[in-house]
Design a binder for this molecule. Structure first.
Ligand code: F6R
Length: 247
């Protein structure tokens, strides 16, 4: 299903409330909430609202386990552009999560160790019982995580090569496209698909053409987000700009 909100703030508050409800329901039954998280500009207001719920309404993250979708490769965790830095600044440093419960793909590994790392990442998600919830944005290539055009529907966590357009879109953060890493470690389409609840969010007219393809286009590896049409657990959460080309 597709839900369109008047603006991204209202949408973000609603998504944060859903995540908070999940965390609390799990806590009440003495269970962990296993969350798949995204970076980028899209989820910033969701994280800000979760921080507010923690600070003002007592939402605890003590029972929360997180797995981030992706990380650039190579990437040092303390670099300004790392997804570790992003998550710390936007969420983890401001809530009571145990940092041992946080998982983000490791951009510092020697390349020959990446495949084993990726298998372990998958295994760890399974050991926690799988992802209860996965938050997604969408790139202008149609990527989810960093599953670029050509990704297989059953792909797992792996090292990928970033699309040229994705690197252009990241150029500003890196002070020039030449500084954007050419690779990343990402959860696969298959990894994402196994989540019991998936929310893909997109804001602004800039995303309208790719949102139209993702929601209404033919299902194809050329636009990996179209695979989500095959899942019953997906909701597309849009603002009016992102929804503006839908029929
Ligand atoms: C980020 C991720 C990417 C982004 C996508 C949109 O962890 O996996 O798929 O969600 O590139 O990025 P923004 O939100 O910056 O437009």
């Amino acid at each position: 299903p597709v839900t369109v909100y008047p603006d991204q703030r209202t949408a973000s508050v609603t998504v944060a409330a859903r995540i908070a409800k999940l965390i609390k329901a799990k806590a009440e039954s003495g269970e962990k909430a296993v969350l798949g998280l995204a970076t980028g500009v899209t989820p910033i207001a969701v994280y800000a609202e979760l921080v507010r719920l923690h600070k003002e309404e007592g939402l605890s993250f003590k029972n929360v386990i997180t797995f981030n979708l992706d990380e650039y490769f190579p990437m040092q965790p303390n670099a300004a552009q790392s997804y570790v830095t992003f998550m710390n600044e936007n969420l983890f440093n401001h809530v009571d999560i145990d940092k041992n419960n946080v998982h983000i793909p490791d951009g510092t590994l020697p390349q020959e160790d990446v495949a084993e790392f990726c298998l372990n990442y998958e295994r760890l998600i399974e050991e926690y019982g799988g992802l209860d919830f996965q938050l997604l944005g969408i790139g202008r290539t149609g990527h989810i995580g960093f599953n670029e055009p050509g990704s297989a529907p059953n792909s797992g966590t792996r090292l990928v090569t970033l699309d040229d357009l994705t690197r252009s879109d990241a150029a500003r953060d890196f002070g020039g496209k030449q500084n954007v890493p050419t690779k990343a470690i990402t959860m696969g389409v298959g990894t994402i698909f196994k989540a019991r609840e998936i929310i893909l969010m997109a804001w602004s007219q800039k995303k309208a053409p790719i949102v139209k393809k993702a929601v209404e286009g033919e299902i194809s590896g050329e636009v990996p987000a179209t695979y989500l049409q095959l899942s019953d657990n997906v909701e597309f959460v849009l603002d009016e700009g992102a929804a503006s080309e839908l029929t």
